[in-house]
Each structure stands twice: as C-alpha cells, then as structure tokens.
Design a protein around this ligand. Structure first.
Ligand code: SF4
Length: 117
C-alpha cells in the first residue's frame, strides 16, 4: 500500500479504542482481547474516515483480518453493546446499527403476534 493511500485511511480514533487495542498482553488474562487477530495491526485500519472510495478498500482489509479472528463473536457483542465506532467483529458501525434495528423490529413483531408475553 502506498504511504499516501494509507494516510487517507487514517481517521480519528477515540482514546478508549486506542487503549483497547494497545493493551499490554497478559498471558494469565482470559480476556478475549488478548486473542484478537488485530493485536499487531495498525489500529487505524479499523477506523475508516468514510463509507466510499478508499474507505471501502480499508473496510474490506479490516474485515479480512476479522475473518481470521478467533474472538470475532465476543468482539462483535462488545462493539454492539457499547455502540463502538469502526470495524469490530467483522462489521462496520452501520452494519451493527442495521442488525440492532432488525433485532428490535423482530422482537416487536414477536410481541405483537403474541409469541412473547
Ligand atoms: S473480530 Fe476483528 S476487530 Fe474484533 S478482535 Fe478480531 S480482528 Fe480485532
């Protein structure tokens, strides 16, 4: 990747996200983050600036790493729970938002159909 192209991919990342991805590894720790496939990857890759053009290539590259990750499930749940920005658990922020809306709609539909009390 060209340096200029990589530079375009860099976006602001919250201190929380930076801290999360750059935590020191503790072998005795059972925290899922210690097994993240992205531990040694530039964190900026997971925080695209936009949703088109070069950002789409960046998202694809981040998702490729997620597809190899043994803790994709916990990562996705964590990101969904806190409403994290960026690519987590193989999904973008928008994709997670859509999943939440769909789940909410499905739950409402189930209640309306009397499937839940
Ligand atoms: S699923 Fe992706 S973002 Fe989450 S820990 Fe694994 S590689 Fe990192």
């Amino acid at each position: 990747m060209h340096a200029r192209e990589k530079e375009r991919w860099r976006g602001p990342m919250s201190e929380t996200s930076q801290g999360l991805l750059q935590r020191p590894r503790n072998a005795a720790d059972t925290d899922w983050r210690n097994y993240a496939a992205c531990r040694n990857v530039d964190p900026d890759l997971f925080f695209p600036l936009g949703t088109s053009g070069a950002s789409l290539l960046q998202v694809d590259e981040a998702k490729q790493i997620c597809r190899t990750c043994p803790v994709c499930g916990p990562c996705l749940r964590w990101a969904s729970d806190i409403g994290a920005a960026g690519v987590w658990g193989g999904t973008t922020e928008e994709e997670r938002r859509k999943r939440r809306r769909r789940a909410s709609r499905d739950a409402s539909s189930a209640v309306n159909q009397g499937r839940f009390p």
